[in-house]
Design a protein around this ligand. Structure first.
Ligand SMILES: [Zn+2]
Length: 259
């Protein structure tokens, strides 16, 4: 099973997976209907289903028009049912996408309703569709949740198999790495990842998917328990270093918000 991105707005990716035999696709967070409709028309495929991670408009704006066209099911948080989501789902439930089971993980923090979807396909690597919770080199802003909630969401994702491919919604990698390098400048894996990502962007190529292993090594929001990362964030904020995990995570997030 593979996902590929359709670019939308300035820096969104609508992730698509195609079943060539059935000539049908699933779309993740279709913020813009036209992008998906154009793809379906040009490739002569139908939309079989939609997965939604959270309520923000750039993830949901295209749903109504797409459903009118294809009458497909929409899986997502209960907060969007029944208006946008026809199949509300919760932590621990599974959805079949082209025959592969995706497990629902509740990951509040960016929003309170945020869901991620994790799969272990029999024929390819594990996959995580993570919306605005986890980005390559960063995490979503805390618009609704607390640092403790986002920390627990990050720990949930950090414990997934290291080889898991990570599909976030935004191409924020280079700006995330600028911040990460400012607080964690001696991290050789981060320096290397920044070089690779810069080369990809120079060729206008997406830097996604990432992997859980790469995020464990480079993402400051997965490295909240590394003393050098918290010290770097404290120095940037000109504050004393936080002494417990939740406040360390919050300090890194605050440093990023003001960067
Ligand atoms: Zn969002």
């Amino acid at each position: 099973m593979t996902f590929f991105p359709l670019a939308a707005f300035n820096d969104n990716y609508i992730w698509i997976t195609l079943d060539t035999a059935k000539k049908s696709i699933w779309a993740v967070d279709p913020g813009d209907a036209k992008v998906v409709l154009d793809y379906c028309h040009s490739q002569k495929v139908t939309l079989e289903g939609i997965l939604v991670t959270h309520h923000h408009k750039d993830h949901t704006g295209g749903i109504q028009e797409l459903v009118q066209h294809f009458e497909c099911p929409v899986y997502g948080p209960e907060s969007l049912a029944p208006h946008l989501v026809s199949k509300p789902i919760r932590q621990g439930e599974e959805i079949l996408v082209h025959g592969t089971a995706f497990l629902v993980l509740e990951t509040p923090g960016h929003t309170l309703d945020h869901l991620c979807y994790f799969a272990e396909p029999s024929t390819s690597k594990q996959l995580l569709l993570c919306g605005d919770t986890l980005f390559r080199g960063g995490c979503g802003r805390l618009f609704e949740g607390s640092p403790a909630q986002m920390l627990s969401s990050m720990m949930k994702l950090r414990s997934l198999p290291p080889e898991t491919l990570v599909y976030g919604t935004h191409e924020y990698t280079l700006s995330n790495y600028r911040f990460a390098l400012a607080i964690d400048p001696n991290n050789s894996a981060l320096i290397e990842a920044d070089k690779t990502a810069t080369a990809l962007r120079d060729n206008e190529t997406p830097t996604l998917p990432s992997t859980i292993a790469l995020e464990q090594q480079t993402n400051p929001f997965m490295r909240f328990d590394r003393e050098e990362v918290v010290a770097g964030a404290a120095a940037l904020l000109n504050e004393p270093m936080a002494m417990d995990t939740i406040n360390s995570f919050a300090q890194i997030r605050r440093a990023k918000d003001g960067f």
